[in-house]
Ligand binder design. Structure first.
Ligand code: KE4
Length: 429
């Protein structure tokens, strides 16, 4: 049964007249699957309701924040209470210290933390601080990892071993990416060789410890430990971008799951519980370089605003109390097993990667360990799968190269419905 999307389609025509592409973020534009985005009216638990009145089981969760599901009662209550006092004062409040202390409790590698308003701000600031701390300019990132729309990180690999970046977007001057080296994720030898040659010029490496932005790609055994050892050896700041994995794959993030202590961590998404919060933090000796204590400047009008702090604090407290991670792992494993069985019975080559409650079904027969293997996926087949699942009331990320998110609000019945839907849809691919 094809979903009625008439109101969404009509509104999208209107939206495109005033907003570029009709969206406030290109990730929502359905560019990877074609067609028009569904226009959402509200969320509740595991469900989104669009303006045509369709109910969809949501596996985007606002691209990660809603690990508790939409409108968790404790989060709603906390925001309502904060609202009674105002929204933002441009002055210190107690609640931002409350959230800072809880982040530090849950992520012990963070000794001091600064709140900002997005993941992009967090990674941009962390890189600036790492450069200020080391006095070095070059940074290393990895193909397929996304860290927000920071000029120096909007870069694609150049050619040759030392793949100096070239801008991947117009508007980014070559100078902004000239110091960005792009390597292959999960290639320990390439990283070791690059640091052997240039270690003393490199301020930091930044990586998603479990990549979500080329689809879900876990680190190969030992890879994160190698990153840690090489950074220590060469005096390079190890930045874990845990904007997606923070409080997602474990209460302490990927660093707790894999037992690695980075020098800095960036956070976003869940730390705001659906309101705009990013954060960066790490070793006190590094973070004390940040203005006004140190000389590295970073500021923000709405950084740490009480409403967003209340949302993030209530979210992290609920996660600490409920500790849903064992069930999230079990439910997500069951879902992935069901999706794989459906693909197998449909004769579809596929690879599934799952870490905690994030996963990706890749339509490729290749084991996906990095960007080059991720892009062997059949994106046309994914688009057909995406729309087929929409017609079954299942809302997946609108790109082959994104992570799906299971929330604590997804019921066993929801999961069973998704598996049955996938079995039906995959037969048509
Ligand atoms: P924001 O600036 O979008 O809050 O965070 C940027 C960011 C940084 N680091 C990681 C690991 C991220 O995943 C992100 C943002 N993720 C995308 C989805 N893959 C956000 C969706 C969007 O851009 O609309």
């Amino acid at each position: 049964m094809t979903l009625n999307r008439a109101r969404s389609q009509a509104h999208f025509v209107r939206a495109q007249k005033s907003i570029p592409g009709g969206v406030n973020s290109p990730a929502r534009a359905f560019g990877g699957v074609g067609g028009e985005p569904l226009i959402m009216d509200r969320g509740e638990g595991a469900y989104l309701y669009d303006i045509d009145g369709n109910r969809l089981i949501d596996f985007i969760g606002s691209w990660g924040p809603h690990i508790l599901g939409h409108r968790h009662p404790a989060v709603v209550k906390a925001i309502e209470a904060a609202l009674l006092k105002g929204t933002s004062f441009g002055a210190p409040t107690t609640i931002e210290t409350d959230l800072a202390e809880l982040v530090i409790e849950l992520v012990p590698s963070i000794e001091k933390v600064r709140m900002v308003s997005s993941g992009t701000e967090a990674t941009m600031s962390a890189i600036r601080v790492a450069r200020g701390f080391t006095g070095r300019d070059k940074i290393i990132k990895f193909a397929g990892c996304y860290h927000g729309h920071v000029d120096s990180l909007l870069v694609k690999a150049g050619s040759g071993a030392l793949t100096l970046g070239t801008p991947s977007s117009p508007g980014v001057p070559k100078g902004c990416t000239a110091d960005t080296i792009v390597l292959e994720f999960n290639d320990a030898n390439q990283l070791a060789e690059t640091l052997r040659q240039h270690g003393n010029e490199i301020a930091a490496i930044i990586l998603e410890p479990v990549v979500g932005n080329m689809g879900t790609v876990p680190p190969e055994p030992g890879y994160l430990q190698t990153c840690r050892e090489l950074c220590t050896k060469h005096g390079v700041v190890l930045i874990f971008d845990e904007v997606m994995t923070g409080f997602r794959v474990a209460l302490g993030g990927a660093q707790s799951l894999y037992g690695i202590r980075p020098d800095m961590t960036t956070l976003g998404k869940i730390v705001g519980g659906g309101l705009p919060v990013g954060a960066y933090g790490g070793r006190a000796d590094i973070m004390d370089k940040v203005s006004p204590v140190g000389p590295v400047y970073q500021a923000g009008t709405l950084s740490g605003n009480p409403l967003a702090m209340a949302s993030g604090l209530a979210t992290l407290k609920a996660l600490r109390e409920a500790n849903p991670y064992a069930r999230l792992e079990q439910v997500t494993k069951k879902l992935c097993a069901g999706l794989s069985a459906a693909a197998l019975s449909a004769g579809l080559p596929h690879h599934i990667a799952q870490v905690g409650s994030m996963f990706t079904l890749f339509f490729t027969g290749t084991r996906v360990t990095n960007f080059n293997s991720a892009v062997t996926s059949d994106t046309q087949r994914f688009a057909k799968y995406f729309w087929g699942m929409i017609d079954h009331g299942v809302y997946l990320p609108c790109s082959q190269f994104e992570a799906n998110f299971v929330s604590a609000a997804h019921s066993d019945a929801d999961i069973d419905h998704v598996i049955a839907s996938a079995a039906a849809v995959m037969k048509t691919l």
